[in-house]
Design a protein around this ligand. Structure first.
Ligand SMILES: NC(=O)c1ccc[n+]([C@@H]2O[C@H](COP(=O)([O-])OP(=O)(O)OC[C@H]3O[C@@H](n4cnc5c(N)ncnc54)[C@H](O)[C@@H]3O)[C@@H](O)[C@H]2O)c1
Length: 312
């Protein structure tokens, strides 16, 4: 078996922490190098190698890939939807140039595989709201969505033209208890649990009936690893796969939390993020991921809520 050495870029973020820990379990601690612009997340400390790295610095990135004998890269560094709307230029630069730097190096160094997540944010107001298909009208209206959609085509281009084995998922909003979310429109679905436990009340920045596609982090990590472990002939989508687990509204998740914390109260004060949420689909058709490489989610709203409250 070929020995793999993995570099995770953006390892201190919401997904990075859990993905790094999962990869270390599979490949061995010393074979998964965590890296980030910010300091090492406490949950990673002592579990394996960490390097400070800016994905925008292509030379330094290239040096690390060669020095550490890297064979696979997971690129998670990005500016997310809500933060991106505050600084569109910065979001475009990081989300595009970071990806192009990694793709170029992957080609030059003949890396075995690259993982890069896209998002349901590629869809816009003209995409179908319900069961949004893999291939449909895609006209994103946020800079984050534009950067993810362009990124998907760069991934496909590097695969078709240079044979870089890059794989991608369009994550929905991700809910987790280990590491904090990083400035997305679905962050309310994590904040609500912390506030329900601490303050017994939460002021939500989205309207009560805003349905969005969501996924619990253990499902997202498993989906990522299953996609990356699938044999190449099973991967028919080289832009990015639709992937889905559940859809709910703030009102529905609040009702679910109330079953465990009866005194919990939610109020609503929609802000600029409402417009972003309104531009996205409410649910996603992930039949291609299911038929190509066997994707199946485990967590629905009830199971996720119970697990979140038990673990927080
Ligand atoms: N969390 C979600 O709900 C969600 C949903 C859809 C897609 N995604 C995608 O998944 C990926 C990871 O998201 P996340 O939620 O973990 O984000 P996050 O903001 O929590 O983490 C991103 C990490 O990247 C690091 N970073 C930023 N700029 C960097 C740079 N120049 N060099 C190196 N590191 C840098 C940050 O310090 C941070 O630790 C992103 O591509 C995001 O678009 C996330």
């Amino acid at each position: 078996m070929v020995k793999e050495k993995i570099l995770v870029i953006g390892a201190s973020g919401q997904i990075g922490v859990e993905l790094t820990l999962a990869l270390r379990k599979m490949y061995g601690n010393s074979n998964v190098v965590a890296s980030d612009l910010r300091e090492e997340n406490d949950l990673l400390k002592g579990s394996g190698p960490y390097v400070s790295l800016d994905v925008m610095n292509k030379e330094m990135l290239h040096v690390q890939v060669i020095r550490q004998n890297i064979t696979q890269i997971y690129l998670l560094a990005a500016i997310l939807s809500a933060t991106g709307e505050k600084n569109p230029g910065l979001a475009w630069n990081l989300n595009m140039q970071g990806l192009l730097n990694v793709l170029d190096i992957a080609r030059e160094e003949k890396l075995h595989k690259v993982y890069w997540p896209s998002s349901i944010a590629v869809f816009g107001p003209t995409s179908p709201k319900k069961d949004c298909p893999q291939q449909t009208i895609i006209e994103p209206t946020t800079v984050y969505g534009i950067s993810k959609y362009a990124g998907e085509f760069w991934c496909n281009y590097f695969f078709q033209r240079f044979g870089v084995d890059i794989r991608s998922l369009r994550y929905p909003g991700l809910i987790s208890y280990k590491s904090a979310p990083g400035g997305g429109t679905t962050d309310y679905s994590v904040e609500i649990f912390h506030e329900a436990l601490e303050a017994k009340q939460y002021e939500c920045f989205l309207n009560p009936d805003t349905y969005l596609p969501m996924m619990y982090m253990p499902d997202a990590i498993r989906a990522t690893i299953e996609l990356m472990e699938a044999s190449s002939d099973k991967i028919s989508v080289r832009t990015s796969y639709n992937i889905s687990a559940m859809s709910f509204s703030p009102k529905e998740i609040a009702a679910e939390i109330k079953k465990f914390i009866p005194e919990f109260e939610i109020s609503y004060k929609p802000d600029y993020r409402q417009k972003i949420a309104d531009s996205w689909p409410q649910s996603i058709d992930d039949s291609k991921a299911r038929s190509d490489w066997g994707w199946k989610p485990e967590y629905d709203l009830q199971k996720m809520t119970r697990d979140m409250l038990e673990n927080l």
